[in-house]
Write a protein that binds this ligand. Structure first.
Ligand SMILES: [Zn+2]
Length: 336
């Protein structure tokens, strides 16, 4: 079930109330999208599938054209999510790490939706942009621009705002400045808050000694106080944390866990093993050449290694069993 911005908000609010987090998989290929959906279905969990600028403009999706990439990526997620197979899986499509001069050009159609012939209009379920190269005022200006656009075009918008996620612990003063500036001018759009909590994007052999669940808890309380409603925290750079730290982060108020580096590591290791173990079949004279060389052979092997890892991680985030019940309620309430 592909979730609208309003439905995504309802799911995020439920996650805050019930202390679970939704795994946000930075999906790098159509096969990764399918594997994410299959894993979520197997454990009855909701799932967030997100794309960064580099996926949207990648060879597979936009081939250099990020706006076309958005259309193809979101369209693919929606087509799968709305199919019979995944009608009981709450599926959020989130725009993650959009940055640079094209930011607004990419995010406007994501907010407004893109009309496609013969298919329904789709909108991204929730939106964020990459603030890592922005000043606080530039971050506020861009987020405000998106809120104004949503208001003028009468579109629902469910927003994540971030602040220096790789730069150590975000201060109370900075958090207050960012959140208050947006919330006062454009009340109600912010739903997710991604401050620095001591993690970093990428892999760290030593983990993240600076990671602080006290910071998670403090920032969650602060954001909720400023916005006057329950705000959920987003964890970027989760790949260096152990299961115990992840579970503690969820208990402290994290409701969205972005997952990219470890996901890529798992898929690429499975692919490397597949080619190594099937080198004989990859000779053209071998009877099994075609089924081994075709994309389906590789992707089936990757899926077998990848899905159990995703399912286990969803369990660490306490999201098993939260899927179908949400979809049934949404069908009854017809929130779209
Ligand atoms: Zn991130």
């Amino acid at each position: 079930m592909y979730l609208s911005p309003q439905q995504s908000r309802a799911l995020y609010e439920q996650a805050v109330r019930e202390h679970f987090a939704i795994l946000a998989i930075n999906a790098d290929s159509p096969a990764a999208i399918v594997d994410a959906l299959e894993a979520a279905k197997a454990v009855d969990a909701p799932v967030i599938i997100e794309s960064s600028l580099w996926q949207l403009s990648s060879h597979t999706f936009g081939h250099g054209d990020a706006v076309l990439g958005l259309q193809r990526f979101a369209g693919m997620v929606q087509q799968y999510a709305d199919s019979e197979a995944y009608k009981d899986v709450p599926v959020i499509y989130h725009t993650d790490h959009i940055k640079g001069p094209q930011t607004i050009d990419i995010l406007k159609p994501a907010i407004q939706g893109i009309e496609r012939s013969g298919a329904s209009n789709f909108q991204a379920s929730s939106i964020s942009l990459d603030s890592s190269e922005l000043s606080a005022d530039e971050n506020i200006a861009l987020i405000s621009h998106l809120c104004t656009f949503a208001q003028e075009s009468e579109c629902a918008l469910t927003l994540e705002m971030e602040a220096g996620v790789d730069d150590g612990l975000t201060s109370v003063e900075e958090a207050r400045y960012l959140l208050e500036s947006v919330e006062k001018a454009h009340p109600g759009y912010l739903v997710l808050w991604a401050p620095g909590v001591g993690t970093q994007h990428g892999y760290s052999e030593d983990g993240f000694p600076g990671f602080s669940t006290e910071q998670v808890s403090k920032q969650q309380g602060l954001a909720s106080e400023i916005c006057g409603r329950d705000m959920g925290l987003v964890l970027h750079g989760s790949s260096g944390l152990c299961d115990e730290q992840l579970a503690a982060a969820v208990h402290a108020g994290v409701i969205k866990v972005n997952w990219s580096t470890d996901s890529l590591a798992c898929r690429s290791a499975a692919a490397a093993a597949y080619y190594k173990n099937h080198s004989a079949e990859l000779e053209r004279s071998n009877a099994a050449f075609k089924q081994t060389a075709m994309d389906n052979g590789l992707q089936t092997a990757v899926a077998e290694a990848y899905r159990p890892v995703v399912e286990e991680r969803m369990g660490v985030l306490n999201s098993h069993g939260k899927g179908a019940s949400f979809c049934k309620l949404e069908v009854m309430e017809c929130r779209s």
